[in-house]
Each structure stands twice: as structure tokens, then as C-alpha cells.
Write a protein of this length. Structure first.
Ligand SMILES: *Cc1c(COP(=O)(O)O)cnc(C)c1O
Length: 822
């Protein structure tokens, strides 16, 4: 408990805030207004630590990391800030005395959904760990006016609704207009010879520009007074739409600048693991990168005179290729504004930038057409051309006459700028996000780069923060763990291994299962309220929540549900253990197959949930609008963690780790971090099935496989597939799910069918599911497995991941912060 927390002062401050913000007394305030008032009070507490941290950074001048990311999937701030201030219980008590329930107040806060899924959530977990471990870090991103769309399900279909998350204001953010930066787009580059320096000067002219305004969001470390900053940039027109420009006949230009600024930060592109190639997306990328790099240089120059040593005090981590234009922007500033020679600028840049690869999916690789890129960013394009010219020379030197290498590795080739190649050529580190993923990068996707520069490649297996995903999300389990082993696990998750001795303890097993049951009741209530469906909290909660993507294979899951339903209908006498299949997933707005899969899940649910003849043995629930806040309820209540991607396709996964931490065994393929989860918990405590990554890659390299063989030889599979086109789940409409059927068998075209190996893995998945049921029937065995999963999750804390980034890539200085005397 926070020693500085004074209950009566807190209550007074909340009432005071309600008065000044809304001219109301506390009993007249709406829940939203109470949330705002409480948050402002909490922000006041944070501000002191924020200031204290800033003072330490100024005095000690530690090396810092700029974590550059298009996405930060932060979720809600209030509860998490209270947890990290160790004031959650005290505030809960104070609010109770005022007649408010903290949970209800927390529910007033919209999620900061400035991200799609795993990549954005990873950025959020990393910021939490960086502050908790005492490292100087800035998150750099975009303050999207509309974050990830809200998902509504109507008639079983996904509908996208704008997420106006800022409509009531964000009490935790701080607008910093004094640090605004200008960002230039378009125009042309004029070259002018400078007699004095005897160098060419490059001057961008005829451009449009936008003012980037930073908003700072505090990132509170756990119980250590460190408060770092997530800086997200808003856009404004440089010349407010004034008569001024109208008079000069520049009316059109003024309107254009106004619109450019408005559009840039309007929305987050809702694509996960998919590149759409939109011009506005490149504008967004350069917008926040240019502002962030300018700010980083400015900050450095306040204390230091030699820009050639920039990398000694700052490093840029590029979260995927989305921020890769930072490499060229840093070069531009060093060359054109700081007056460095090319080689000097290149040395600084290549010692500053590091790149994280998040996927091997071909459709996710960013490649910009030269025409678009050079038109929007003419000077940046020139610099990338020169980087490419020199890089191609290096390839030629290393592999003389090998045009194949040049073709495959060049940064600019075939009319396109390849951002991953730029990131690898200029980065001092290239990391994958799980062991298997890094090996696939080295041996397959990035083999040529690995052979040319093996020293750059390394692995940093992802992690999650236990502060949010256990301490906040699952208070019952968190207290139970603390009662047994103390609370060191909160900042040292491997300590949770001490719980292993309770895995076979009957009393502990009972207690664990009871806590799980309480959490299942909590989720059942949420489901009843949101879906109107009654689910049995004693059934197995079998959960797949993550973005909807073909490679994640929600389709395999729902086809298996259809198969189970057939089995139960054929054999009503069968002793089938009741199951609740829970899905949660947003599909990218333009991803047709993904949206059809959502419809299929809901249609199957409609039929099964309303079939009284199966006595509630099977339920299918699709939770609308999966996001961080409801994820916290879901993980705590899960029995089974579905991690069933086609092996080799899921780089890491982090949802898998959140389930494990909450004591849900993995039902999954040997993919991504599942491999390491199984290593930690033991094969006997997971349910593993399906093709291995090597087997999948082998098939792919040899022209695919023949799903028709499975269709022809297996009547269970055939029956389920026929139910996609016989109207069984579509009120007789034989076309509703035909595209899904065709994608699996593709009898018509010469395209490959079932590229995600669903039929190939179907039977081994069904077998693994039988093993799940068998294990669950034995309550002691199940409780043991679940406790061992939780107790073996120590490796998967983001604290470990961040320590590895610090030790092996960033080399940051550690800081400690004392509380300001108040
Ligand atoms: C953890 C998380 C993800 C990532 O889940 P995966 O199963 O790793 O794809 C996506 N969305 C939310 C809201 C999350 O909390």
C-alpha cells in the first residue's frame, strides 16, 4: 500500500474536482464525471513522480530508448495507474466510503485502443516494464482521433463503428504545444552549392506542412516513483485557416493544409499483419517519425554539443517496419541540418536504429511504389536511393557478379522501396520475437541477409506484464499467490515458480479451482449482459480470443465445434462433458474471408445455443468488441487456451502467455512462443497437435498439399464441409459459406486450396480436444496442470524481455527515483 496515500485528502480532492470541472456536488455527478474527477486526482499524484523522474533524467543524463511504434494498445489507464502506484485498495476503500464502486468507475473509461492486436499490446507491456525496471524510455506514436473501430455484431455479421474515445476528454494526457514540430510533405528538392562549406545544400520547396503537437501520457512504474512518457502526436494546420492566405490568393493551399492535418491522425488502419499500401498510411508514418526524431535530436542538443555521439545517449527501436522511415529522417537531419558528411551521418544512424521483425507473412511486408514515395517524401527518397546505391555496392563486393543476391536484397528494386530491407541494412540489431520465429527468419525469410550480416540477428522472445494481466485482471488469483509466496512475483515473475509445490496439494487445488469458478461466474455475467446467453460456469471455458486471421485458424476451431455437434446429435447417450466455446476477434474491415468466418461462428452458435435437445452440453459465444478491458475478464476465466495457428505463421503470440499466467493450459500447435511455453511447463501439461513448422514449410516449398484426400477419405471432415454448403447453418442458404468451402477444397481453380492446412490438422486437433476433456474430468489432474501452467509462466514476463533488450541491444543506464517531498 502506498504510504503517501491519504484517504481523506483523496476524497476531498475528488469532490473538489467534480465541483470545478462540472459545477456539481458529488452526489449530482454522473459516473463518467466521477471517473474524470477521480482520474484528475490520481493524475495529481502522478505529476509529482513525473516531475521527480524528469529531474533525475536531467541530472543523471542516462542513455534512453525511443520505442517507435504506430500502435500502442494501452487499454484503460485508471486501474493500471492505481495498481502501479500501489494505491488500488486504498482508493477502492475511499470510493466505497463515498458510495461508489471502483469497478463501476473503471468501466466508465474507454480503452485507449490505439492498436490492432499483439504488436500494439507488446508496445504497451514494454512501456510498463521499462518504467518498472527504472529505464529512461519514450514511447513515440500517433494520437489517433479514432482508434481501433468498435465492433458490433448484427445478425451475426461484424459492423464497424467509429471509436470516438476522446469524446469526454482524456484526463491523463498533457498537451505540450511548446514542443510542437513542423513536418513537411511533397514539393521538390532544390540543390544549391554552398561556397562556404563547399557542399551541396538540399532545400525542400513547394511543400505542404503540418504542425505536430505532442500529447504526453504518463507511464507509471510499479511502486518505484518512476514515471516515463508515452508521447503521441496530434496534427494541426500550420497556418490556421486564415483570411491571411485567402488574401494572398492562396485559398486552395490553406484548405489543403487544413485537410492534410485533419486527415493524418484521423484513424488507425485496422489491418493486423497486412499491408494495404495506402498513401495516407505513409503520411502517418513520416508524420510521427519526423516529429519524434526532431524532438529526440533537440533533447540531445540541450545537453550535448557533439551530434556525432548521439547514439551514446539515445537508441531508436523500430516496432516492425512501420517506423523505418526514421532511418532516412535521422540521416536527413544529420546531413542537411547538422552538416555531417555522409559517412559520419551513416555511422550515427546505424548505431542508433534497431529493428524488430514481427511476421513472416508475405502480405504484411511494406513495399512502397517509388512514384508515391518520392512524390510524398522527395528528400527522404533521395537519401534512401543513396543508401541503396551503397548497399548494392556492398552486396556486389561480397558476392561479385551475383545478380540474384542483388535482386533479392536491394532496398529499391522493381519500382518499389522495401522497408524491411532498409531496416536490416541500416539497423545495428534485427530481432525476432520468439526462438522459432528467429530461426525461421535466419534460415528462410531473411536467409540472404543473415548470411551477409549474421552478427545483427538475435532473438527476444516476447513477454507480457503481470501487473495488468494478473494483479489487475485477476485479483482473486493474485491475492491467493501472494498469500502463499509473498508479493515479489509482482516485479520478479520467475518467483511464481514457488507455487509449483502446491500443484499436488489437495487444498490448494480446491482453492485454485474455486477462484477459477468465481472468475467464470464474473465472465458468465458479462456474457449474459452482452450476449443474452446463459452459459454454465461448470462447463469447460474453451477460449480463442485474438485478431481474426486465416493463419490463426478460428475456422479450424468452429469446424471442430460443428463436428462435436454432429457427434452429440448422433449419440445423445454419449457422456459429453459440457463445453462453452468462447470467441472474441475483430476482423480488418476489408478482410472478407475473416468476416465470413465471424458470421459462420455466430451462425453455428445460433443453431447450437438454441437446440434444446443437447441439454446445454455445447454453447458457442462470440464476445463483441474484443479489446484489452474485456480481455482482462476473459483470461482470468479461461480453462483452455486455444493457440492453433498454422505452424510457422504466428511469430510469437502473447495471448498464449496471458492465459498461461492465469492458469489455462495451452491447446496448440508447435508455433511461435507456444514452443517455449511447452518447454517451460512440460509437454504433459499442454495439448499439442498438428503439423510442425518444418512440415508446413516443406509442403509450401513443394507445391502445397491435397486437402481433397482428407475430404475423400474422412467422413467426419466431409460431413462438416458439406454442412457449409447445404444450408444447415444458414437457413437453407447454400451460398452463404460457399467461399469458405471453396477455400478449403478449391475444386474450381488451379489456386492452392487450404493454404492454412486446416484439413491436414483437423483430426489431430480433434484428438487433442478429446485429451482436454479427459484431463478436465479428472479434477485433481486438471488443477495440477493449471497451477503448473501459472507457476511456469515466469519466463514470459515482459520484464525479462526488456532486460534482454537492455543488456543485449540498447545498453541503457539504470536510474532510481525518490519521491518528491510533499
Ligand atoms: C494480447 C492481446 C492480443 C494478442 O493476442 P494473440 O493471441 O497473441 O494474437 C490482441 N488483442 C488484445 C486485446 C490483447 O490483449
Amino acid at each position: 500500500m502506498n504510504k503517501n496515500f491519504k484517504k481523506e485528502e483523496f476524497k476531498k480532492s475528488v469532490a473538489e474536482n467534480v465541483k470545478t470541472l462540472y459545477r456539481k456536488t458529488i452526489d449530482e455527478a454522473t459516473p463518467q464525471q466521477v471517473f474524470q474527477a477521480v482520474s484528475y486526482t490520481v493524475k495529481d499524484v502522478i505529476i509529482d513522480d513525473w516531475l521527480a523522474t524528469q529531474k533525475v533524467y536531467e541530472k543523471e543524463d542516462p542513455k534512453m530508448v525511443y520505442y517507435m511504434s504506430m500502435e500502442f494498445l494501452m487499454g484503460r489507464a485508471l486501474g493500471n495507474n492505481l495498481i502501479n502506484l500501489t494505491a488500488y485498495e486504498a482508493v477502492k476503500e475511499a470510493l466505497d466510503e463515498m458510495g461508489f464502486d471502483l469497478n463501476m468507475i473503471e468501466d466508465q473509461e474507454p480503452d485507449a485502443a490505439l492498436g490492432n492486436g499483439g504488436l500494439g499490446r507488446l508496445a504497451a507491456c514494454f512501456l510498463d516494464s521499462l518504467a518498472t525496471l527504472g529505464y529512461c524510455a519514450y514511447g513515440c506514436g500517433i494520437r489517433y482521433r479514432y482508434g481501433m473501430f468498435k465492433q458490433k455484431i448484427e445478425n451475426g455479421y461484424q459492423i464497424e463503428v467509429p471509436d470516438n474515445w476522446l469524446k469526454d476528454g482524456n484526463p491523463f494526457e498533457l498537451r505540450r504545444p511548446e514542443y510542437a514540430k513542423e513536418v513537411k510533405f511533397g514539393g521538390y528538392v532544390r540543390v544549391e552549392y554552398d561556397e562556404k562549406t563547399r557542399r551541396n545544400k538540399f532545400i525542400q520547396e513547394g511543400y505542404q506542412s503540418v504542425r505536430a503537437i505532442p500529447y504526453d501520457i504518463p507511464i507509471v512504474g510499479y511502486n518505484n516513483h518512476v514515471v516515463n512518457t508515452l508521447r503521441v502526436w496530434d496534427a494541426e494546420a500550420i497556418n490556421d485557416f486564415q483570411l491571411d492566405s485567402f488574401d494572398k490568393g492562396d485559398y486552395q493551399k490553406a484548405v489543403e493544409q487544413e485537410n492534410l492535418a485533419k486527415n493524418i491522425v484521423e484513424v488507425l488502419y485496422p489491418n493486423d499483419n497486412h499491408y494495404a499500401g495506402k498513401e495516407l498510411r505513409l503520411k502517418q508514418q513520416y508524420f510521427f517519425i519526423s516529429a519524434s526524431v526532431q524532438a529526440a535530436i533537440e533533447k540531445y542538443k540541450k545537453k550535448h554539443t557533439d551530434i556525432r555521439k548521439f547514439y551514446e545517449k539515445a537508441t531508436f527501436q523500430l516496432n516492425d517496419t512501420h517506423p523505418t522511415v526514421a532511418i532516412a529522417e535521422l540521416m536527413r537531419i544529420l546531413l542537411d541540418e547538422e552538416g555531417l558528411e555522409w559517412d559520419e551521418a551513416w555511422e550515427v544512424t546505424t548505431k542508433t536504429c534497431a529493428y524488430t521483425n514481427h511476421t513472416i507473412m508475405a502480405e504484411a511486408l511494406e513495399k512502397w511504389p517509388i512514384e508515391l514515395f518520392s512524390r510524398l517524401l522527395p528528400r527522404i527518397y533521395q537519401i534512401i536511393e543513396e543508401i541503396n546505391r551503397r548497399f548494392v555496392n556492398e552486396i556486389e563486393k561480397k558476392y561479385p557478379g551475383n545478380h540474384e543476391k542483388m535482386r533479392k536484397m536491394a532496398i529499391i528494386y522493381d519500382g518499389q522501396v522495401k522497408m524491411a530491407h532498409l531496416a536490416i541494412a541500416a539497423g545495428y540489431s534485427v530481432n525476432g520475437v520468439a526462438q522459432l520465429h528467429t530461426e525461421i527468419l535466419k534460415n528462410q525469410e531473411l536467409k540472404d541477409f543473415y548470411q551477409m550480416m549474421p552478427e545483427k540477428f538475435n532473438n527476444k522472445t516476447n513477454g507480457i506484464t503481470q501487473r495488468r494481466f494478473l494483479l489487475h485482471a485477476n485479483p482473486l488469483l493474485a491475492s491467493w499467490v501472494t498469500d502463499h509466496i509473498g508479493d515479489e512475483w509482482i516485479t520478479d515473475l520467475p518467483q511464481i515458480a514457488k507455487m509449483k509445490i502446491y500443484a499436488e496439494d489437495k487444498k490448494a487445488q480446491q482453492e485454485f479451482m474455486n477462484i477459477k469458478y468465481q472468475n467464470k461466474l464474473r465472465l458468465a455475467k458479462y456474457i449474459k449482459e452482452h450476449n443474452g446467453i446463459d452459459v454454465d460456469p461448470r462447463s469447460i471455458f474453451d477460449v480463442q480470443v485474438k485478431r481474426l486471421h486465416e493463419y490463426k485458424r478460428q475456422l479450424l476451431n468452429i469446424l471442430h465445434v460443428m463436428y462435436l455437434y454432429n457427434k452429440i446429435k448422433d449419440h445423445p447417450e454419449l457422456d459429453f462433458y459440457p463445453r462453452t466455446f468462447i470467441f472474441g476477434a475483430k476482423a480488418a474491415a476489408g478482410y472478407k474471408r475473416a468476416k465470413q468466418t465471424i458470421k459462420l461462428i455466430n451462425s453455428v452458435g445460433d443453431v447450437i445455443n438454441n437446440d434444446r435437445s443437447i441439454n446445454g452440453k455445447l454453447k458457442v459465444v462470440f464476445i463483441e468488441d474484443y479489446r484489452v478491458s474485456n480481455a482482462e475478464l476473459i483470461f482470468a476465466a479461461s480453462d483452455v487456451s486455444e493457440q492453433i495457428s498454422t505452424a510457422s505463421k504466428e511469430a510469437s503470440g502473447t495471448g498464449n502467455m496471458k492465459f498461461m499466467l492465469n492458469g489455462a493450459p495451452t491447446l496448440g500447435t508447435m508455433d511461435g512462443a507456444n514452443v517455449e511455453i511447452v518447454q517451460e511447463v512440460g509437454e504433459e501439461n499442454a495439448f499439442i497437435f498438428g503439423l510442425t513448422a518444418d512440415e508446413v514449410i516443406n509442403f509450401e516449398n513443394n507445391g502445397g498439399y491435397y486437402p481433397m484426400e482428407y475430404f475423400n477419405s474422412d467422413q467426419d471432415i466431409r460431413r462438416v464441409l458439406m454442412q457449409l454448403i447445404n444450408g444447415e447453418y444458414s437457413n437453407g442458404d447454400m451460398n452463404m459459406f460457399r467461399e469458405i468451402y471453396d477455400s478449403l477444397l478449391n475444386t474450381k481453380s488451379s489456386d492452392r486450396a487450404d493454404t492454412y492446412f486446416i484439413l491436414a490438422d483437423f483430426k489431430s486437433y480433434a484428438k487433442a480436444q478429446e485429451e482436454v476433456e479427459k484431463a478436465y474430468r479428472d479434477e485433481e489432474r486438471w488443477a495440477k496442470m493449471a497451477i503448473l501452467n501459472m507457476a511456469s509462466s515466469g519466463k514470459f514476463t515482459a520484464d525479462r524481455t526488456i532486460k534482454q533488450y537492455v543488456d543485449e541491444i540498447w545498453h541503457l543506464d539504470h536510474v532510481t527515483v525518490e519521491a518528491l517531498n510533499s
